[in-house]
Design a protein around this ligand. Structure first.
Ligand code: UTP
Length: 409
């Protein structure tokens, strides 16, 4: 642990992994993807989960996740349900995409879609509610934090309880390198003595002080010390850049939005009549009609204020949360922007880099350029391997990759 309050304490990784694997095999773990966002920065015409993302195959994100779930399901001989949160703006298209692709090999009974709520979008300049058409207000999904209420009111948590699911693995739709189920993280969340099994998170050391990720911190809530996340847009620059005596960042722990949630926790929190996560202000592009001319406006610059709830605001409601540090190359290759940082280009590079590391750790020779990047493009299907250990145990693993090669394994 990097938390000075907790100190550095040894913990048994293998024991936690075994505990996590046992819970998966017992059918107590489900999967949950938040896919209700509008993906406005990517500018893709369709749900983001349909976006062609596999480094070589251009497999859609939903397929990459489905194959990961299937791999765990086959390994443990258990069906693993997958809950997908959509929004009224992309629900039909998402469901149709799964039908068109035979649910990517998953049993349709194990894939459940439900919609989140929406909020009116406001004009940034005037604060007035925008219209999307005559007599229709422009709305936006109410943020990934809308998931807590939506999981409960949609009947998803009831379905989980009926299936005996006790915890769910939460991830965002835009990260192909996600470990859909991570036995070590599951074991820590569900069984470690420092965890109340309610809500846990993974952390990544920030790449630079003002990286656009929330940061974990500790603060008092009703006089009780609690773990929480402060979103980057709410963190003043001087705190984002503040350092400790050794030069390290004071607020180093970035949140890549990977969580474990207890089903009982979701139900307890969501059924409390006083429950409400706060709204955050996000300035984004929202299409609308001009009130004077009645013309449709497709803004090229952010013109609107959206109000969104963030799922990590539920963390302080958990008595004790585990925050597990992970490695950027191992688990994080987000597709957020059309180009530049966190785009499909960088995501494919990160996917190849992870595949190269898994292969090299197992003894396969991977060609690299002078700057250290792989001189090849590699995509490993989750059905072949979901982690480095799988590659190491794989009898048909190639002995070497040729320079300039494009490989699908
Ligand atoms: P982002 O914050 O990247 O938002 O969502 P976005 O809407 O997808 O993209 P931009 O900002 O318009 O470019 C992070 C994750 O949270 C989900 C998204 O689908 C993504 O998996 N999300 C976001 C929801 O499920 N609902 C929301 O209301 C917002």
């Amino acid at each position: 642990s990097r938390d000075p309050e907790v100190g550095v304490r040894a913990w048994d990784r293998d024991a936690m992994k075994r505990a996590g694997e046992r819970l998966i095999a017992e059918g107590k773990i489900g999967c949950f993807t938040v896919a209700g966002g509008q993906g406005s920065r990517l500018g893709y015409d369709g749900p983001k989960g349909c976006y062609p993302t596999g480094a070589v195959t251009d497999k859609p994100l939903f397929q990459i996740f489905a194959e990961g779930i299937l791999a765990h399901s086959r390994r443990h001989g258990v069906s693993i349900p997958w809950y997908i949160m959509t929004s009224p703006l992309n629900h039909e298209a998402t469901v149709a995409f799964f039908h068109e692709h035979d649910h990517f090999g998953m049993n349709p009974d194990d894939v459940m879609f439900f919609m989140q709520g929406t909020m009116p979008s406001m004009d940034k300049a005037t604060g007035r509610i925008l219209l999307s058409g005559k007599g229709t207000i422009a709305t936006n999904p109410d943020g990934h934090g809308g998931a807590i209420k939506a999981l409960s009111v949609s009947g998803a948590t009831a379905d989980m309880k009926q299936r005996g699911i006790e915890h769910i693995s939460y991830w965002q739709v835009d990260n192909p390198n996600i470990h859909v189920l991570d036995p070590v993280f599951i074991g820590l969340h569900a069984t470690a003595k420092d965890s109340s099994g309610e809500m846990s998170g993974k952390m990544l050391a920030k790449a630079e002080p003002k990286e656009k990720v929330g940061v974990f911190c500790r603060s008092k809530v009703n006089c009780e010390p609690r773990t929480m996340v402060v979103e980057y847009s709410d963190l003043p620059d001087e705190l984002a850049e503040a350092t400790n005596a050794d030069g390290s960042l004071k607020f180093l722990s970035g949140s890549p939005a990977m969580h474990m949630l207890g089903v009982a926790f979701i139900d307890t929190v969501a059924s409390d009549p006083a429950f409400a996560l706060p709204y955050h202000r996000a300035v984004k592009k929202v299409a609308h009609v001009d009130l004077e001319s009645g013309e449709k406006v497709e803004p090229s610059e952010p013109n609107a204020v959206k109000l969104e709830r963030f799922v990590f605001d539920a963390i302080p409601m958990a008595a004790k949360s585990i925050i597990l540090e992970t490695d950027r190359f191992e688990e994080f290759a987000p597709v957020k922007n059309k180009e530049g940082v966190d785009s499909i280009v960088t995501s494919k590079q990160m996917q190849t880099e992870r595949a190269a590391r898994w292969l090299e750790a197992a003894g396969t020779a991977v060609p690299r350029n002078a700057d250290g990047t792989p001189d090849c493009v590699i995509e490993i299907s989750p059905l072949t391997a979901v982690c480095a250990e799988d590659v190491a145990a794989w009898a048909d693993r190639p002995a070497a990759i040729t320079a300039g090669e494009t490989v699908v394994l």
